[in-house]
Design a protein around this ligand. Structure first.
Ligand code: ATP
Length: 342
């Protein structure tokens, strides 16, 4: 649906080259919610702005449903652009126009008959839950309501793709959740493909199917949410994940372990599927001559499926511990076990 093939964008910065996007290759499939995460300045906005040609790549190709944007004429680019909606962090609404006029604006711009606009605006405002706000002005709305107007406006022209540029960054956590749920409905009911950029891992965790992590213009890691959360390779990815799922052993527990001497066997067990939370660890202690103590644990949900870590101590003879660990590793529920004798 959207494909970046070895795309770079180089700006001139006081006579020096600034590589805002550096050889990025990504593929976003139809109907997918694809997140791009990175710190400020990583190149996310530049990347997403190239999809609707607000920026042109310096090198590489960008394909939208097989059409190479870098090879299209201006009228052809305008045609493709019509299939792409965008929402922004600060909503970008017209303050002097009512909600109804804001939402209908993109349709009016292309000369759509008034009657058609009216029907479409009513339909879309109902979808985003703002039918009773049609005649109000943006300043009379909360942040969440303003973003709903932004979403309605983006959907007015029935696009196939929705680009979201930090769409929830100005909102509180509860409102963020409701906007993300709305975006999920947009994908499910209108079958849109959504490309969203954010610096918040909770946004990615909440709605995305796939994610790419950007740093200094480059994509340093990408995959499904499960792949990234269960086996993050890069330090930056690990830090982002740590911001939403605490996997470190809390300091108080660590202090307790240290006090009671070295030579203990501490493991981190990661569960990544529907059997997370099942008593595999208690099975192990029944089957082998070991005791398993859970020191710390956190189970959360990824795409509606439980995901979590347990930090456990296994006590017993070395050979029994090896057997127990083998058993845990052979079970489909365990993705990663690391030992830390300490
Ligand atoms: N039009 C421009 N001219 C020159 N440099 C630019 C331009 N746009 C972006 N940059 C630079 O490109 C780099 C990437 O910026 P970009 O806005 O894409 O990052 P970002 O990850 O979206 O960060 P933020 O969340 O802060 O917007 C930055 O160093 C930025 O200063």
């Amino acid at each position: 649906m959207i494909e970046f093939r070895d795309v770079s964008k180089v700006y001139d910065h006081n006579g020096n080259e600034l590589r805002a996007v550096d050889h990025v290759t990504l593929k976003v499939d139809k109907g997918e919610i694809f997140g791009v995460i990175g710190f400020s300045g990583a190149g996310k906005s530049t990347l997403v702005r190239m999809v609707n040609q607000l920026e042109k790549p310096t090198e590489g190709n960008i394909l939208v449903e097989g059409e190479d944007l870098t090879k299209l004429s201006k009228p052809e680019v305008r045609r493709v652009r019509k299939r792409i909606g965008m929402i922004f962090q600060h909503f970008n609404l017209l303050e002097s126009k009512t909600v109804r006029h804001n939402v209908g604006f993109p349709l009016a711009l292309v000369g759509t008959p008034k009657r058609v606009i009216q029907k479409r605006v009513t339909e879309i405002l109902e979808f985003v839950g703002l039918e009773d706000k049609a005649d109000q002005y943006p300043e009379e709305l909360s942040g969440g309501q303003k973003q709903r107007v932004g979403i309605a406006r983006a959907l007015a022209t029935s696009p196939d793709i929705l680009l979201c540029d930090e769409a929830t960054s100005a909102l509180d956590p509860e409102t963020t959740k409701s906007i993300l749920q709305l975006l999920k409905r947009v994908r499910d009911e209108y079958n849109l493909t959504i490309l969203m950029i954010t610096h918040e891992m909770n946004v990615i965790k909440e709605v995305c199917d796939k994610v790419a992590v950007m740093e200094k213009g480059a994509v340093i890691e990408q995959g499904t949410i499960f792949e990234l959360f269960s086996n993050p390779q890069h330090q930056t990815t690990q830090n982002f994940i740590r911001s939403v799922i605490e996997s470190d052993i809390p300091a108080s527990i660590l202090r307790g372990i240290e006090k009671r001497g070295a030579g203990r066997h501490i493991y981190r067990v990661t569960f990544v599927n529907e059997t997370a939370g099942e008593p595999i660890l208690s099975q192990v202690s029944k089957r082998f001559d070991v005791d398993v103590n859970v020191l710390f644990g956190q189970i959360t949900e990824l795409q509606g499926i439980p995901f979590g870590h347990l930090v456990v101590e296994i006590q017993g003879e070395d050979k029994e511990i090896v057997k127990a660990i083998d058993h845990i590793q052979s079970a489909v529920t365990v993705q990663e076990v690391y030992s830390h004798a300490g």
